[in-house]
Write a protein that binds this ligand. Structure first.
Ligand SMILES: [Zn+2]
Length: 302
């Protein structure tokens, strides 16, 4: 019975996936409103970690990316990936016994370095999807930037911790960091009760996505072509996991999701939205398959 259902099911999934992967308009000329994925590092992990039902033997890449958003004259980074000081931060923040499971490839390509080489102006604003080590790792590389996090995430930043689900003192405790606690004052957006419309024009809109951390946030971006991208941080690690409603391998979820039930309801909300807006492209922070298809900085999606 199961066998007879499976081919039909995979066809449905294929169609669903093809829709999510609709070819973007890309190129190296900067858009008015668009984004570029700045990949800072990656690591090969067992497929089952990123996709439920995936292989325990086969490996796939998990990316550590920053997302460079261009809004007319303004640039902002959504997450920073790994920064120039990551090796020392990792020594302090990752317990020895967990190091075999949470690694990153060296050398890293810090976002700051990549943007500088491309001759871009310094980024004045960073928004973090959440404050975990693999997202906040580059904050110290941008001393001139304001760093926006959800007000709920500030509580974690004031009381740093260690481990893969920690917010590391080595990355967030410096007094020089210009934190900005964001509040969602722009009313409902795409089914989310609260939002923050950063430029008051509906193109860059933040929404709360609690669970992975209490202050996790997602970012909707409407690019030049009118296509809408939804950066969901670590609510789910891959689109495949999102479609399966199982955002993470159970053991990994125990280690990194602060509230698994709340994470699941955040996942359910994204799935509901996808049913209403099948053209929406969901971009999980670590999903190398989705990111490979979109291309990397200096290539823009617009
Ligand atoms: Zn992460």
């Amino acid at each position: 019975m199961l066998r007879s259902i499976l081919p039909g099911l995979s066809l449905v999934l294929l169609v669903f996936t093809a829709n999510l992967h609709a070819a973007p308009a890309a190129g190296t000329a900067p858009p008015e409103v668009g984004f570029a994925i700045v990949k800072t590092s990656q690591v090969a992990v067992m497929e089952a970690l990123l996709r439920p039902g995936g292989s325990l033997v086969q490996q796939i890449d998990s990316n550590f990316s920053a997302f460079l958003i261009k809004h007319h004259q303004d640039y902002l980074l959504f997450d920073t990936g790994m920064g120039s000081q990551v090796d020392g931060q990792y020594q302090q923040g990752m317990p020895l016994w967990l190091r075999p499971f949470f690694k990153y490839d060296r050398p890293v390509q810090p976002a700051r370095e990549q943007l500088r080489k491309a001759g871009l102006p310094p980024v004045r604003r960073i928004i973090l999807s959440h404050s975990h080590w693999d997202h906040a790792g580059g904050v110290l590389d941008f001393p001139e930037a304001k760093v926006g996090v959800s007000a709920l995430e500030m509580a974690r930043i004031r009381q740093p911790s260690t481990g893969p689900g920690g917010t590391w003192a080595s990355q967030v405790a410096a007094k020089s960091i210009q934190w900005e606690a964001l509040t969602f004052t722009s009313g409902p957006f795409k089914g989310y009760a609260q939002s923050l419309d950063l430029y008051q024009d509906g193109t860059v809109v933040l929404v709360p996505m609690p669970g992975h951390t209490p202050g996790s946030i997602g970012l909707f971006l409407t690019v030049d072509s009118g296509k809408v991208y939804f950066f969901i941080g670590d609510v789910a690690w891959t689109q495949g996991a999102l479609q399966a409603s199982a955002p993470k391998f159970w053991a990994a979820s125990l280690l990194v999701d602060q509230d698994a039930d709340q994470t699941l309801s955040s996942v359910a909300q994204v799935r509901t939205l996808l049913q209403a807006e099948p053209g929406l492209v969901v971009v999980p922070a670590h999903d190398s398959k989705v990111q490979d298809a979109l291309g990397y900085f200096p290539q823009w999606v617009k």
